[in-house]
Design a protein around this ligand. Structure first.
Ligand code: ATP
Length: 395
């Protein structure tokens, strides 16, 4: 059984809990420190299930909880405490996040400052969103099998329209003008495209076959200036990748949406800008069984100057419409936690968790959105128990 320790009840972080898989081998230096920020809405329901499951896997972790989110903002108007991001980068190996967004904060300022703050101020420029089908029954398309759907969307995470640059003039008049700027820097475009090629070269598909193709998605026929930069940089970076040879492909975002729905077989690695990545991965989540099934990592590939290796969050938001009802699917958050463990080098633990989620889907031990009858908590408990069983030595 994992050993639990709770300490501290300060304002931020709120508490610390250590999980040691095996007390006699776990050295203090091997323990990974995780900042856990459940956030708002269903984030507060799915993250406890993800924690339950990583605890069952015996991962050697020390968890520190942060209360950043709408409740805290409404109580004291603090979104991120001073030194908040610096502390995350300096003191933790990874961050596990739920979701942000609450109807009581219509401006969503806390969500912007916390989530976009982490992505931008910590320069987590690569948002890695795997799209995998665990069971054919989850895909709304006819005849699509798990082997047909195993691609990854690599979304630029720090630029585009998310900088909130622009303005509104003559507001409220018939002559009102709203301008929203789309920021694309050569450095930003080059590093995300390079990472997509690196990812393609070094990450196999689940069935063990190599990844072979990077598809760059834009709307360069309409957004000509930004599109031209993406097109030119894509060609330049592709030319550097002759060994192994990686195929290249380009699609406009509208055509890509249609193709994903008509026939998603054959996609491998897709690289795109911040907004198209956001939209495409909601569509792709639909192919996997819905938003409750999709996981993601926010990374700064290759950086070693900071302790923190990345921020991990399910693709879904806080989903206020279903929050507090114990019906949210926790599997996206659980698979996100598995991604985090894999990224921290705990591959065996990550694989146990993925196998348990797969079995839950096969046996329909799931929430109603994907065909089961369990609540959020029961679904998390089932997966945790399955992970615990897989820890036992076979007789
Ligand atoms: P965003 O934060 O992206 O603006 P949101 O908080 O409004 O979005 P999402 O979280 O994206 O909403 O979810 C939209 C809808 O998808 C939800 O209302 C719900 O029906 C469904 N959904 C999202 N996440 C889950 C989940 N984990 N389990 C079940 N259904 C979900």
């Amino acid at each position: 059984m994992p050993r639990l320790r709770r300490e501290g009840d300060g304002a931020s972080p709120v508490s610390t809990q250590t999980l040691h898989g095996c007390a006699n081998v776990a050295s203090v230096s091997a323990t990974k420190r995780i900042a856990v920020i459940p956030g708002d809405g269903i984030g507060k329901e799915v993250i406890p299930q993800a924690v339950r499951v990583i605890e069952a896997a015996g991962a050697d972790l020390a968890l520190t909880y942060f209360d950043w989110g709408a409740d805290r903002y409404l109580a004291d108007k603090v979104t991120v405490p001073p030194d908040g991001f610096a502390s995350l980068a300096r003191d933790f190996d990874a961050i596990l996040v739920g979701a942000f967004g609450d109807p009581r904060v219509p401006s969503n300022i806390h969500a912007r400052e916390i989530l976009l703050g982490m992505r931008c101020q910590m320069d987590l420029y690569a948002n890695v969103r795997p799209v995998r089908l665990l069971n054919a029954s989850l895909c709304p398309l006819k005849g699509i099998e798990p082997r047909d759907l195993d691609f990854v969307v690599i979304r630029e995470n720090t630029e585009g329209v998310y900088g909130d640059l622009g303005g509104v003039f003559k507001q409220g008049t018939p002559d009102e003008i709203a301008i929203q700027e789309d920021v694309n820097t050569r450095k930003g475009v080059a590093r995300i495209i390079s990472y997509a090629f690196d990812y393609c070269a070094s990450n196999k598909k689940v069935d063990g076959s190599p990844r072979r193709r990077v598809l760059m998605c834009d709307k360069s026929n309409a957004m000509t200036h930004a599109g031209s930069l993406w097109q030119r940089v894509f060609k330049e970076v592709a030319a550097e990748y002759s060994n192994p040879k990686i195929e290249t492909q380009h699609m406009y975002v509208d055509a890509l949406c249609m193709q994903m729905v008509r026939d998603p077989r054959g996609f491998d690695v897709i690289v795109t800008n911040n907004m198209f990545g956001d939209i495409l991965t909601d569509l792709a989540a639909g192919l996997q069984g819905g938003l409750g099934m999709a996981a993601s990592a926010n990374l700064h590939p290759g950086r070693t100057s900071e302790r923190c290796r990345g921020m991990f969050e399910p693709v879904h938001g806080s989903a206020p419409a279903i929050a507090g009802k114990d019906i949210a699917n926790p599997f996206g958050a659980i698979l996100t936690a598995a991604m985090m463990l894999a990224h921290l080098g705990m591959l065996a633990e990550a694989q146990k968790i993925e196998a348990a989620v797969l079995e839950a889907v096969r046996q329909k031990k799931t929430t109603a959105d994907i065909g089961g009858t369990l609540g959020t908590r029961e679904a998390g408990e089932w997966v945790a128990e399955r992970v615990r069983l897989s820890n036992s030595p076979r007789l």
